[in-house]
Design a protein. Structure first.
Lengths: 214, 409
């Protein structure tokens, strides 16, 4: 698996199931790119580390695209001889931060496109991408990235707070949109659940059936 | 080194006073304050943060493009301490004590999560009170180490010093912070050095024109990425060191809302101050006791999937002669009128230098105000009823609290 993390937060889904990322990292199952740390190395580190550009080289402004980041992903996920892992997963947390760091929307979309080619088509793996967004957002660049990602995704998890405002027992709603086919006009399958987040766990339930109400 | 932000609790003591408490600003995190229109209250909050650092013996880093840091430090509010404390501190500084500090904690408490418990819970209470009408003594200020960054002193900035295509002022500030963190060992790079300490960083009015950034003066700034890159790199520095940072930003001047959305996502905690000065709310009777509203835009999720969320989001603040307080406003519909409950508590607090909890001080009272025409029907009831009423309040999901109970204080 390859996980690319921009803030130092753990990917939500993996943490939900109580997987130990540290253990996974130690046995070589997880490659973790910590964006904050990598950025500090780039900004304050010594120059020219054996000609290997940083995965976040684009921040320095010396290049405008995310090719270095893609190369890092590709190298990390390409199977080696000693590799025994069955599948490949790329987790990206979160893509919206790349825009804040100066990447153009088209470069971000190109990066995801290239990753899709390698991870999904070639390596038959999966990609999970987290983006921020809201309906009343004025961040047009982010909206563009989100819309484009939605068009190319097989599964969309749309998470938002309740329209009625804050509630202690129901923290929000998750809309699961399954695209049956990206080409055809078949209707998407939509399921809606509500959820409550606890310290290390999330409980899901049908609308109006929170434990507090039952 | 992280202050655990646990769910707060209400509890009664013998004096019929209800205590509320909550966690604070965790080491390694960034708190962004969206300035009120004239910067009056945001600058006060920054001074509270720095003053608490002085009282706790932390190092300070003050950055500004307008007021010289030395002047900011001269205006820190005076702590309400006994004389022994100051004597001991001065002596300790002189003797360079080698005592190990077990709990280095920064606490900036601004709200709590209500849960009614009828028996008092024991928990460490930290914090100090300040008198904003008095200035901190120079001796106390001199007992700590402070660093400063004043942009006009850094001029002229070498145009070639371009770090990541970032605004020069921000780039220089990052370099300055990084060098202090490294040289003073806040990132653990000099383990043999004395005892560990915490660096409190305060940055005033980031993003304003004085920082040579045009995000506050136009809807289409030339460079919208400098500020966000700065925040990202800064957060990286905070995460890997024993430091915490408060930044004030004149967000009301930033027309491009996309920038504020990104800035919010890149910060750990974001609060906005809305002062009533010059607005129609100044004369609104509902707000007559207050000077402004405090909006919480973001709270952190530290080592957990969930954050410390309180039920109430309506916070109002006021500056009394000696103290700045933040209060909750709960509006509950009884079917005929609005009952308004005021809970008063905010303090800027921490454990003392040696990790000793501060003595409990009443910090909260529960008051109920009713519209005048309903006062005839008010019945006064026992503490028990109040507890039940508060339970209803905390159950959330739009529960209605049919409360006509109050506490006299």
């Amino acid at each position: 698996a390859c996980s690319c993390s921009c803030p130092a937060a753990q990917p939500c889904f993996v943490a939900c199931q109580g997987v130990s990322l540290t253990a996974a990292k130690e046995r070589g199952q997880l490659v973790f790119l910590e964006g904050l740390k990598s950025c500090l190395d780039l900004v304050f580190g010594e120059e020219e580390r054996s000609g290997q550009p940083s995965p976040l080289q684009f921040i320095s402004g010396s290049v405008s695209n995310l090719k270095d980041l893609f190369d890092f992903v590709r190298t990390s996920l390409t199977p080696t001889d000693s590799d025994c892992w069955k599948g490949r997963v790329l987790l990206v947390d979160d893509l919206s931060v790349l825009l804040s760091l100066g990447a153009a929307p088209v470069d971000v979309l190109d990066f995801i496109h290239y990753c899709r080619m390698v991870v999904c088509s070639q390596l038959k793996g999966n990609i999970v991408v987290l983006v921020h967004g809201s309906e009343d957002s004025e961040d047009e660049e982010n909206k563009l990235v989100v819309t484009s990602l939605c068009h190319h995704s097989n599964l969309i998890l749309w998470v938002e707070g309740l329209a009625t405002g804050f509630c202690k027992d129901v923290h929000g709603e998750i809309k699961i949109i399954k695209r049956l086919s990206l080409e055809s006009t078949e209707k998407d399958v939509i399921q809606i659940y509500q959820y409550k987040i606890q310290d290390k766990n999330v409980t899901f339930f049908a609308r109006g059936l929170s434990a507090a109400v039952l | 080194m992280v202050v655990q932000s646990s769910a707060g609790s209400f509890y009664n003591d013998d004096d019929n006073t209800v205590y509320c408490e909550s966690g604070g600003l965790a080491v390694g995190t960034l708190l962004l304050i969206e300035e009120d229109k004239y910067g009056v209250y945001s600058s006060l909050l920054l001074k509270y943060f720095l003053a608490e650092g002085v009282v706790c013996g932390h190092d300070l880093f003050v950055a500004s493009a307008q007021d010289p840091p030395a002047n900011i430090l001269k205006e820190l509010p005076a702590p309400l301490l006994d004389d022994n404390f100051i004597t001991e501190r001065v002596e300790a500084t002189a003797a360079k004590s080698e005592d190990c500090q077990d709990s280095m904690q920064i606490a900036w408490r601004y709200q709590n999560a209500p849960k009614v418990e009828t028996s008092p819970t024991t928990s460490i209470k930290f914090g100090h009170y300040y008198d904003v009408s008095q200035k901190m003594s120079p001796e106390l200020l001199q007992s700590i180490k402070w660093h400063s960054f004043f942009l006009p002193d850094e001029m002229p900035l070498e145009p070639k010093l371009k770090m990541c295509n970032m605004n020069c002022g921000y780039a220089r500030l990052l370099q300055s912070i990084q060098s202090v963190i490294y040289q003073e060992g806040f990132d653990g790079s000099h383990p043999q050095k004395k005892q560990k300490n915490i660096l409190r960083i305060g940055i005033q009015s980031l993003g304003s024109l004085l920082w040579d950034d045009d995000i506050c003066s136009t809807n289409t700034p030339e460079d919208i990425h400098s500020i966000t890159k700065f925040l990202y790199v800064l957060r990286g520095l905070l995460r890997k060191s024993l430091s915490a940072c408060i930044i004030t930003m004149p967000s009301h001047l930033i027309e491009n809302k996309a920038i504020m959305e990104r800035v919010t996502n890149l910060s750990d905690v974001v609060v906005g101050l809305e002062s009533f000065i010059g607005s129609e709310r100044e004369t609104n009777p509902l707000y007559k006791d207050y000077h402004g509203l405090l909006h919480v835009h973001q709270i952190p999720r530290l080592n957990s999937l969930i954050c410390d969320v309180s039920d109430t989001k309506d916070l109002a603040f006021r500056l009394k002669r000696k103290q700045f307080t933040v209060e909750w406003r709960c509006l509950h519909l009884t079917g005929f009128a609005y009952d308004v409950l005021y809970l008063s508590q905010v303090r800027f607090q921490s454990a003392d230098l040696y990790g000793n909890p501060m003595p409990p001080l009443p910090c909260c009272s529960l008051r109920l105000h009713l519209p005048p025409d309903l006062s005839d029907t008010v019945s006064r009831s026992s503490k028990q009823d109040l507890a039940e009423s508060a339970k209803l309040l905390s159950s959330g999901c739009g529960a209605m609290a049919i409360g006509k109970k109050h506490l006299d204080f």
